[in-house]
Design a protein around this ligand. Structure first.
Ligand SMILES: [Zn+2]
Length: 195
């Protein structure tokens, strides 16, 4: 499952529309979490691919692009991960070229990493995800920017329940021990006397 924040999509579209004659790219920043037994890729921010080259309908992450991305990760998103990448296809539609697949396989090959393509002229978009070792079109959910807050809240609730559960078990154990300490001899004594 993939969730992309509305603000992230807005930022990518703005980035693409500002450069309608060339391809632009960047990375998704976010988190990967287990929720209800599902792995969720959660894209909360982007880092624009500064210094990327675009020639002959292909976009390339250069060494400078990676330096910039790494610096931004360290400075602003130390607790987050690079969960994928995006790039634009001005007026040539949504697909992954051989070069795109090569980039995806080289740099974004973890099974939760995503590739997003946006066409700023046709205003179309599409997502690609790893499915059984292949990069195939996938689906994503758009969430507003309260999603992250809600996720934190949900996790806090789960944690709270787990703590409560632990405390209940401890209380029960103490009660059982207390019960036997207090009344156990009523049970044991007649047996001992009887024999
Ligand atoms: Zn492409």
């Amino acid at each position: 499952m993939v969730v992309i924040c509305q603000s992230v999509l807005d930022a990518i579209k703005a980035h693409g529309k500002a450069h309608k004659t060339v391809e632009v790219c960047g990375v998704f920043v976010g988190e990967v979490r287990e929720m209800d037994g599902h792995q969720v890729t959660f894209a909360t921010h982007i880092i624009i691919g500064e210094g990327a080259t675009h020639q002959a309908g292909a976009v390339t992450f250069t060494a400078d692009t990676w330096t910039h991305i790494q610096q931004t990760m360290d400075e602003q998103f130390a607790e987050k991960r690079i969960v994928g990448w995006y790039h634009t296809h001005p007026d040539f539609g949504i697909f992954l070229s051989e070069m795109d697949l090569f980039i995806h396989e080289q740099f974004f090959n973890l099974d939760w990493q995503i590739a997003y393509v946006y066409d700023p002229i046709r205003d179309e978009d599409g997502l690609f995800t790893w499915q059984d070792g292949k990069t195939l079109p996938g689906e994503f959910e758009i969430d507003d920017d309260t999603a992250e807050a809600r996720m934190q809240e949900k996790l806090a609730t789960i944690e709270h329940l787990q703590k409560w559960n632990k405390r209940m078990k401890l209380t029960l154990a103490v009660m059982i021990v207390f019960f036997f300490a207090a009344f156990g001899w009523w049970v044991v004594l007649p047996l001992v006397i009887h024999h």
